[in-house]
Design a protein around this ligand. Structure first.
Ligand code: KET
Length: 422
């Protein structure tokens, strides 16, 4: 009897049943990073990855900016130590990051009223912001996200303990901004709600409000006492200009809004895996800033203690040296320009050469790293399985993944998918 029990227990199934984690269900792959995994597993030489928003050069290769290479050499030559950074990171870097976003002339910056901390790139900045708001925001902790938004926003804020709701943003029928819907939803939101705004190059739609529309949004946010939280992951990628792309943030601050801001240097400096970012809050004065700083430290210390050194040193070397900064600005512009030229080529190939059914004007008019193509989930699935072309299931493509060598395979595959011929 006992031997029978032991025998049964020692079968692999019985062993599995005894595991502590036997009830953990398998989760779905990440909607964006999972695409890279599927792409890597594909052995076809024609494969194209348009999933993750990471810049690729004309040869489809990851691109290390020349300014970054030079900055890295400067950092290495200074033979820096490997001591821990303070909890809020490299002070010189955070000062320069804030200057980049808010502008050197920003009143709260000059007054010393902006609390800023280094973060584990943009995601970490959003998460610190979520946690800080979760703990200290004195009103209802409800955050409104644009529909649609970057797929990670909902889990970031939900895991931070905030209630996540949506406001209208994208109008399918015009493939443009649903400005009236956006305003109506923000007007209907309870006073003091938090509203997440993409500072520029909205992900995934590639559609930004105009300057005039930003002004209206700022007025509405003021009227309703909403709390604006900007996510700025693509400064420079929208128009090729660092200061143009900061228009919304700078306008809101000039209008007296106390904004929260998440910055990423992943895209504009190509520092993806170095995880360089910053989170900041505009406060009333230096005394309030000091109190906010102290609480940011209390939020961060149990999360990861203090941030990594290397990437912040690189970014800071660029931001603090006039010649390197100028070189970097030119490189940002050239990345943005290559993306714009791919938009032109793709639009021309689909409309003029292939006469692909449908309206493709949005490929040219959308802004930033992505194009929200309008391809359906079954079409994106067929494109991956039959043509080895990978993108997110919502039909978003990272324009930087296209180049003169692969654009024809991409366009003919899209044409076939749209015609149902794949
Ligand atoms: N905000 C937005 C809007 C965003 O698109 C990203 C990244 C981030 C923040 C965070 O990036 P980080 O690397 O933490 O600085 N988006 C691309 C990569 C990803 O999903 O992680 C993407 O959408 O492909």
């Amino acid at each position: 009897m006992l031997t029978a029990v032991i025998a049964r227990r020692s079968t692999p199934t019985a062993l599995r049943a005894l595991s502590t984690w036997s009830a953990v269900p398998a989760g779905p792959p990440d909607p964006i990073l999972g695409v890279t995994e599927a792409f890597k597993a594909d052995k076809d030489p024609r494969k194209i990855n348009l999933g993750v928003g990471a810049y690729r050069d004309e040869n489809g290769k990851p691109y290390v900016l020349t300014s970054v290479q030079k900055a890295e050499e400067l950092v290495a030559a200074s033979k820096p130590d490997k001591e821990y950074l303070p909890i809020t990171g490299l002070a010189e870097f955070t000062k320069n990051a804030a200057k980049l976003a808010y502008g050197a002339e920003s009143a709260p910056l000059k007054q010393g009223a902006i609390a800023v901390t280094q973060s584990i790139s943009g995601t970490g900045a959003l998460r610190i912001g979520g946690a800080f708001i979760g703990r200290h925001y004195p009103k209802a902790k409800v955050i409104y996200l644009p529909t649609p938004s970057w797929g990670n926003h909902t889990p970031i804020f939900r895991d931070s303990g905030l209630e996540v709701r949506g406001y209208r943003y994208f109008d399918k029928s015009t493939v443009g901004l649903d400005f009236e819907g956006m305003k109506a939803d923000l007007k209907a939101a309870p006073e003091h709600s938090i509203v997440l705004l993409h500072a520029c190059a909205h992900n995934p739609t590639g559609i930004d409000p105009t300057h005039a529309q930003w002004k209206e949004i700022s007025d509405l946010v003021k009227e309703k006492n909403l709390f604006p939280f900007f996510d700025m992951a693509y400064q420079g990628f929208a128009t090729g200009s660092i200061s143009n792309d900061a228009f919304a943030v700078r306008h809101f601050v000039a209008e007296g809004h106390q904004v929260a801001l998440a910055q990423s240097f992943a895209k504009n400096m190509g520092l993806y895996g170095e995880r360089v970012g910053a989170f900041s809050l505009v406060t009333a004065d230096p005394e309030e800033k000091a109190r906010v700083d102290s609480q940011l430290k209390i939020v961060i210390r149990p999360m990861y203690s203090n941030p990594p050194l290397h990437g912040a040193r690189i970014a800071n070397a660029i931001l603090s040296d006039a010649a390197l900064y100028a070189e970097w600005e030119t490189e940002v512009k050239s990345m943005a320009d290559r993306i714009i030229s791919m938009r032109e080529t793709l639009y021309n190939t689909l409309t003029h050469d292939l006469k692909t059914p449908g309206e493709w004007g949005h490929i040219k008019s959308q802004i930033g790293m992505f194009s929200f193509t309008g391809l359906t989930a079954p079409q994106t699935k067929a494109l991956a399985e039959k043509a080895h072309v990978y993108m997110t299931a919502d039909g978003r493509i990272s324009m930087a993944g296209l180049n003169s060598k692969n654009i024809e395979h991409f366009a003919t595959s899209v044409d076939a998918a749209v015609r149902g011929n794949l």
